[in-house]
Structure formats: structure tokens, C-alpha cells
Design a protein around this ligand. Structure first.
Ligand SMILES: O=P(O)(O)OC[C@H]1O[C@](O)(CO)[C@@H](O)[C@@H]1O
Length: 448
């Protein structure tokens, strides 16, 4: 935990988050406290360092005006870091972007708990990323600059060799006739491979490069190794959900990270289309740079163009195929919606973003990827770990829904009695390393 943060001055309780409460950095023994006191300041410092190091390249690309504006931005990021470290109130966002009203309303509505350590962790952590963007929005030359572009691009290029071998495994499987049970088994393994892709998250490494994967997660030995880290496995329920005779099934993927994880999503979705488990996949990405490595529309297209340029024929072919899917509507990159870069829990989607809720309700299955989406699904509440997933969703059920998340934050639901206690005994860091994962599913209840 941070030594520099003065816990007595900021009224921090030396406790764990109580059961059933929303997570907040007010509790010193929580990951929220560690994040706001240590991880966020480190992430902000890393951005400052990178921008300082890269200033000549940035100025060359964004023009003369960007020289002063970049300096200003660096100064503003330092101020933000100071405000976090001294538990200030979250400031209202300036300017007139379309999501500002909701953000500023939230900051007012939660007062007096609108400081970085008193607010719900979901709100304060999301706010930091939204505020970062607003610093660049205030400039003329750097409005569209993605300050996380460089680490995302490095992560992508490092993931390509393994991705190529995963694609080859899938091609080999799909090249001959397969029985329904073989398809089911392979589909479940691909879901798991996609889950483990969620370990590749630059916000958990604090923006530092991720060690490249060298093993194909579909190899038998690796599957077995991963299975022992999978705490909740509802992959077969997901297959059963999709494997029904129904016209025009749409699957929505609420994406998380770029690079390895996005490529794993694309491979899974390709399999779904190929084996006619759905007729359309819609990808939902972020409007702004988010939690370092989250996918934006630009990252999505950049990924395809990098595959296309590759010397590896497998990657080039995959890119061509996925581009054709995009042309013929089997893959759709949905216009990014601001709700995904708001701070709101998902149970508020129907009220705050009814258009998005209705749109997801048109799909047959919505796949929510990653830890942050999981926190939003659970309302960032420290649920009793044996509470069931449906209860934790708090009536958020636009459609059949699944969550795939490696565990990086101290909340969970759906465990068996005793499982939580056993995990603590085995590994006191199990909730924050991303080693463990869950794949949870809940079927939409038909109206009575
Ligand atoms: O990319 P993911 O899986 O959403 O993970 C990012 C999340 O993990 C954390 O590192 C811990 O929850 C957060 O800071 C953030 O919520």
C-alpha cells in the first residue's frame, strides 16, 4: 500500500469493504484504496513520462501548436494526480461534449461523497480516465490524440505469433466434418481462450509492457492448466443457448482490451459465424482512450490493417475474411456509445441510455468482457461471494447474458460454499492478479 498517502488526514478506515456495500477507496484494506492511492498515481506518472519522452514525435505529427498544448496537457495531468493524491473533489468537466451533462450531474448528485477516496470506486476510477480525455479535448491540436496508442500498438504486435497459431488450430478443427459434441467442446475451449485473453490488460501492468504469450492456449496441456484457474465455468450453458434453431441470431460483444484480447474475440466470433451459431456479431467499443488498453473504433480498424500488412499468411487471410464479414454485415462495429465510458452501473442503463439498452435487447446473447464490465454488471458491490449472478445483476437483463472476466478486483458472485475461503487460504492475492477467471451465464427470464 502507498506510504505517501496520509490515511489519517483523509479519514481512511483501516478495514476491508463491508459485505453488500459498494467498493470505495475509503477502506484501506481494499483494492480500491490501493488503486487510488498507488496504481492511479503510477499510471498518471507513466503517461507524463511517455509524453515527455515522445514530445518530438508527437509535435512532428500534430504540428507547431501541439508544442505548447502538449506542455499544458502534461501540467494538467500532474494537477489531476495531485488532486487524486490529496483526495480532492472530482471537478466538473469543462467543454460541451455530449456526455458532460451526465458526468457533471453524477458528480453533483453524489456529493459530499464526490472525492477520490469517498466516492464509489467505479465512479472515481472511471472519472480519472474521462478527465484525462477532457484535458486533451480542451486543446486544438491534440483533440484526437490517443495517449495510450503506443503501448496498445506494442501489445498488438507482440501478440501476433500466438494469435496466428490459435487461428491455425481453429482452421484445422473446422476443415473437416465435426459432430455437434465436437463443436461444443471446441467452442467451450475457444471461450476459455478468449477469457484468458483478458489477462492481457495494460491497466493491470500499470501501462508496462505485457510479457508476450508464447503458448497456444488451445493446446491440450494449456487448456488443462487454465481449467484449474477457472472458478466458474458455464461455457456449456452458453453453447446450449446459442445452439438452437432460430433465425437471425445476433451476438453482442461488449469489448474490453485491444491486442491479444480483441483478436481472441474476433477468432471466437469467426467460429460462431462459421458454425452458424449466430448470423451477426456486433462489437461494442469505447468512444475514448479508456483504462489504457480498451478498444476504440480506431484500434479495431488498426488491428485489421496490421494483420493485413503482416508477413504471416494466416494473419493476412484472417484479416481479409473479417473485413468481408464487416462488408456483408456478419460482423458489425457498432457506433461507440458514451454509456460505456460513463461511470454508471449497468442496471442504470435502461434509464440513462434507453437506446443502448433497447439495442442490446435485440441481440440473442450479450457477452460482457473483462473486469471493469464485470464490476459494472455487479454494481461494484462487495456481494456475498455465493450470491447468484442473476441477483447481483439487479434486474439488468436486456437479453441472455454472459460475463467473462479474469479476477482483478475484490468482488465476485456465484461461487460455491467454501470456495471463497479456500481461495483466500491458497493465495492471498487471488482477487487482484488476473490469474483466476470466471465465465458466468444467465438466461433471460421470459415475461410472465
Ligand atoms: O481490462 P479489464 O479486465 O476491464 O480490467 C481493468 C480493471 O481491472 C482493474 O485493474 C481492477 O479492477 C481496474 O483498475 C479496472 O477496473
Amino acid at each position: 500500500m502507498s506510504d505517501s498517502f496520509d490515511v489519517t488526514k483523509y479519514n481512511i478506515a483501516n478495514e476491508h469493504t463491508p459485505l453488500s456495500e459498494q467498493l470505495t477507496a475509503h477502506y484501506k484494506k481494499s483494492y480500491a484504496f490501493y488503486t487510488m492511492s498507488t496504481r492511479v498515481p503510477i499510471i498518471l506518472t507513466t503517461i507524463i513520462d511517455r509524453l515527455t519522452r515522445e514530445k518530438d514525435n508527437i509535435n512532428a505529427k500534430y504540428g507547431e501548436l501541439s508544442k505548447d498544448e502538449l506542455k499544458q496537457c502534461i501540467g494538467e495531468i500532474s494537477k489531476l494526480k495531485y488532486e487524486v493524491q490529496t483526495d480532492k473533489e472530482m471537478r466538473e468537466l469543462p467543454g460541451n461534449e455530449s456526455d458532460q451533462y451526465e458526468w457533471n450531474k453524477l458528480i453533483k448528485d453524489i456529493a459530499p461523497n464526490n472525492t477520490y477516496f469517498s466516492a464509489v470506486w467505479l465512479y472515481s476510477e472511471c472519472y480519472v480516465y474521462r478527465r484525462l480525455k477532457s484535458i486533451f479535448e480542451e486543446t486544438v491540436s491534440l483533440k484526437d490524440f490517443d495517449y495510450f496508442e503506443q503501448p496498445k500498438e506494442i501489445e498488438l504486435s507482440k501478440s501476433l505469433p500466438v494469435i496466428s497459431s490459435v487461428i491455425k488450430s481453429v482452421q484445422e478443427f473446422s476443415s473437416v466434418f465435426r459432430t455437434s459434441s465436437e463443436i461444443e467442446e471446441f467452442f467451450c475451449n475457444l471461450l476459455k481462450q478468449d477469457l484468458w485473453g483478458n489477462r492481457n490488460d495494460l491497466s493491470i501492468t500499470l501501462g508496462e509492457e505485457i510479457e508476450a504469450n508464447t503458448c497456444n492456449p488451445l493446446d491440450k496441456a494449456n487448456i488443462e492448466k487454465f481449467n484449474s484457474d477457472l472458478l466458474i465455468d458455464q461455457t456449456h450453458d452458453i453453447y446450449k443457448c446459442l445452439n438452437i434453431d432460430k433465425e437471425n441470431k445476433i451476438v453482442d460483444v461488449i469489448c474490453d482490451n485491444s491486442g491479444f484480447e480483441l483478436l481472441s474475440d474476433l477468432i471466437l466470433c469467426d467460429f460462431i459465424i462459421h458454425h452458424k451459431l449466430a448470423s451477426k456479431i456486433r462489437f461494442r467499443v469505447k468512444t475514448i482512450p479508456w483504462f489504457i488498453s480498451d478498444v476504440t473504433s480506431k484500434d479495431f480498424y488498426y488491428t485489421l490493417s496490421e494483420l493485413e500488412k503482416s508477413e504471416d499468411e494466416t494473419l493476412r487471410e484472417a484479416s481479409n475474411k473479417w473485413k468481408k464479414y464487416l462488408e456483408n454485415g456478419q460482423f458489425v462495429l457498432e457506433p461507440a456509445h458514451h454509456f460505456f465510458t460513463s461511470a454508471y452501473e449497468f442496471y442504470k442503463m435502461e434509464r440513462i441510455a434507453p437506446d443502448l439498452y433497447q439495442s442490446i435487447a435485440e441481440s440473442y446473447l450479450a457477452i460482457f468482457k473483462g473486469d471493469l464490465n464485470y464490476r459494472k454488471l455487479l454494481g461494484d458491490i462487495n456481494w456475498n461471494p455465493t450470491s447468484d449472478f442473476r441477483t447481483a445483476l439487479n434486474n439488468f437483463q436486456p437479453t441472455n447474458l454472459c460475463a467473462m472476466r479474469t479476477v482483478k478486483a475484490d468482488l465476485i458472485c456465484g461461487l460455491k460454499p467454501g470456495q471463497y475461503e479456500d481461495l483466500w487460504e491458497m493465495d492471498e492475492k487471488w482477487m487482484t492478479t488476473g490469474q483466476y477467471g470466471v465465465i458466468q451465464f444467465v438466461e433471460k427470464k421470459s415475461a410472465a
